[in-house]
Design a protein. Structure first.
Length: 134
């Protein structure tokens, strides 16, 4: 049997772990501590929003494409990713049935096109071009 240096030390350690766990859960779910979402659509700018999750395979495949497009179209079009596992309210807001879903908005903020599933770079560029982004 193991000797305890301080009586009840193990119990105190377990209680501290529980408090830390509960604190992190509260912070993760409380709106004041939530990751801030960008405004979608971005006012006055053609916007493509990709609604997905960091753990979904097609979403992971799109991640480098979106990063590249974000740099390529900086200042000309907004390329936005929203993780719907972290932001459940966005599922209802955008009426999602599956992920990933890409939604394209014109400069006036009107939805002009929606696609569900993996979308390759060329297809995204073609949609942006239709909206006048060069």
């Amino acid at each position: 049997m193991k000797k305890r240096l301080v009586p009840g030390f193990t119990l105190v350690r377990m209680a501290l772990r529980l408090v830390l766990l509960l604190g992190s859960l509260i912070m993760a779910s409380h709106p004041a501590f939530a990751e801030e979402l960008p405004q979608v659509p971005v006012p006055g700018m053609v916007t493509m929003v990709d609604l997905g999750a960091k753990s979904c395979i097609p979403c992971k495949m799109m991640e480098p494409i979106l990063a590249e497009l974000e740099k390529q179209y900086e200042g000309r079009a907004a390329i936005v990713f929203i993780d719907v596992y972290k932001h459940h309210e966005q599922v209802e807001r955008f009426g999602l049935r599956a992920i990933p879903t890409q939604i394209f908005f014109d400069k006036s903020g009107n939805e002009v096109m929606r696609h569900t599933g993996f979308m390759d770079k060329q297809s995204i560029e073609a949609e942006l071009a239709k909206l006048g982004v060069k």
